[in-house]
Design a protein around this ligand. Structure first.
Ligand code: ZN
Length: 276
């Protein structure tokens, strides 16, 4: 769910719900297997809002992208239920050029960093062996607390993915070291970069419309009366782009100082092809 406060209250029982198992959304034209990038969100639409332009850009350059939603994001006030939300998520993935999407079946609104979900997400990393994981980076104090939990879960899962001598937990899935973890932000303003992290602006010029298209797929979350979200996303991209010297940008953060052996390539990158 985007950082918009919900107005209703869950009718689900107070008893913790165990994971209902992974659901794989088959993206037409996509295929499971090795992925270059996995973006993780608490709810379907987090990834689109936070780093959808980056995913569209990477996909246009031929990278194999996957999305993992820790919950199905339901219930929400205007959605008919998980089936509708999953159909929206699939359409959004298709709009971005993503080849694989799955949700892990943990409960929306009651998402907590715990051993089981760390392992479930680390299994995805071991199975698909991404070079880059994109995870949530902000706490969204006026919206769902699931986002802050997702941040901790993703960091832990990246660590668990590389730990050896744990076959009883991972059923023999080989270890995988994720070389890079970057965070994205949902806050509809200039995000606060966490202390010790370093900002990075991704030039998404030419891919902002794809991002907006993917967000528009969530009709249950952004009906006509909430159409202003699209203007806000566009304005935010333009402001962040101005910070980085491009027309439209997304802000990511790294716990490592960005490092390059291609200084001119970093300063003067080639524009990516725009997906027709
Ligand atoms: Zn969310």
């Amino acid at each position: 769910m985007s950082p918009v406060p919900e107005s209703d209250h869950s009718q689900r029982p107070a008893v913790p719900v165990l994971p209902r198992g992974t659901s794989i959304l088959t993206v037409p034209g996509g295929s499971p297997g090795m992925l270059d990038v996995i973006a993780v969100g608490a709810h379907p639409d987090d990834v689109e809002i936070g780093c959808g332009g980056t995913l569209a850009l990477l996909a246009a350059r031929g990278a194999r992208i996957g999305i993992v939603d820790l919950t199905d994001g339901e219930p929400t006030p205007r959605s008919s239920g998980p089936e509708e939300r999953m159909a929206e998520a699939l359409a959004a993935a298709r709009a971005l050029g993503v080849v694989h999407r799955e949700h892990l079946g943990f409960p929306n609104r009651r998402l907590f960093d715990a051993f089981e979900i760390r392992v479930a997400l680390a299994r995805v990393f071991r199975r698909h062996r991404p070079r880059l994981v994109l995870g949530l980076g902000d706490r969204t104090p006026l919206a769902s607390p699931d986002h802050a939990q997702a941040l901790a879960i993703t960091e832990a899962a990246v660590f668990y993915s590389r730990l050896c001598k744990w076959d009883d937990v991972f059923d023999g899935l080989p270890v995988h070291t994720v070389p890079q973890l970057l965070t994205y932000f949902l806050t509809p303003s200039i995000p606060q970069i966490p202390t010790g992290h370093f900002p990075l602006v991704v030039d998404i010029d030419g891919h902002l419309d794809r991002k907006l298209e993917s967000i528009a797929c969530y009709r249950s979350q952004f009906p006509p009366e909430k159409a202003h979200i699209h203007a806000r996303v566009r304005a935010s991209a333009e402001v962040i782009g101005a910070m980085g010297g491009c027309g439209a940008g997304e802000l990511l953060a790294s716990s490592r100082v960005p490092c390059t052996s291609d200084l001119l390539g970093l300063l003067f990158p080639q524009p990516a092809p725009v997906t027709p």
